[in-house]
Design a protein around this ligand. Structure first.
Ligand code: ITT
Length: 179
């Protein structure tokens, strides 16, 4: 059994499809103001270590837009809360280079040791919001090789190609060693 520490039920739903023995623990932890998702994860694992019983995982993700020099990146949660998808589309108004990627860093704390598993999904920022599935930036992100946004895909389709799906399959292969 692995505990996923998160406030975000959508993440849990996606992740549980890949690793069914996942249990959600809705708990807040401090997010360090840092330059990389990896630093945020290291800090959070250290903080949670003596507060959580047993093995646990966390997921820190972000959207990195090339034309905005990687913004919102580590600020993705705050930016989504404040200017949202509409604000991002406004910043991208008239911008030709729409390349962006999603990155997930999964932090795993197991038997007292910490590990990180990483997944990246490249794509483009859509001209407008489309689709009702998923969460967060899904309506404005078109994965490479697709016409649809993440929000127009099913959870299974998104998981097959997404940043989180890739990191989760690495996690799945990794934890086999600990069984
Ligand atoms: P936690 O409690 O797990 O931290 P969170 O929603 O704050 O949940 P993050 O900090 O990892 O999660 O996410 C940063 C932002 O990026 C946040 O606004 C999410 O909605 C968004 N996001 C993360 N993964 C996403 C995905 O797969 N598709 C679309 N948006 C995503």
């Amino acid at each position: 059994m692995y505990k996923l520490i998160t406030h975000n039920r959508h993440k849990y739903t996606e992740m549980k499809k890949i690793i069914p023995e996942l249990e959600m623990v809705d708990m807040e932890y401090p997010e360090l103001q840092a330059d990389t998702l990896e630093e945020v994860v290291d800090f959070a694992i250290n903080y949670l270590r003596d507060k959580i019983d047993g093995n646990f995982i966390i997921d820190d993700s972000g959207l990195f837009i090339e034309a905005l020099n990687g913004f919102p990146g580590v600020y993705s949660a705050y930016v989504h809360k404040t200017i949202g998808n509409r604000g991002i589309l406004k910043l991208m108004d008239g911008v030709e280079n729409r390349r962006a990627y999603f990155k997930t860093v999964i932090g795993l704390n197991i038997d007292g040791y910490a590990y990180k598993l990483i997944g990246i999904c490249h794509g483009n920022i859509a001209p407008r919001e489309r689709g009702n599935n998923g969460f967060g930036y899904d309506p404005i992100f078109i994965p490479m090789g697709f016409e649809k946004t993440f929000a127009e895909l099913s959870i299974e389709e998104k998981n097959r190609i997404s940043h989180r799906g890739k990191a989760m399959r690495k996690l799945e292969a990794f934890i086999v060693k600990f069984r």
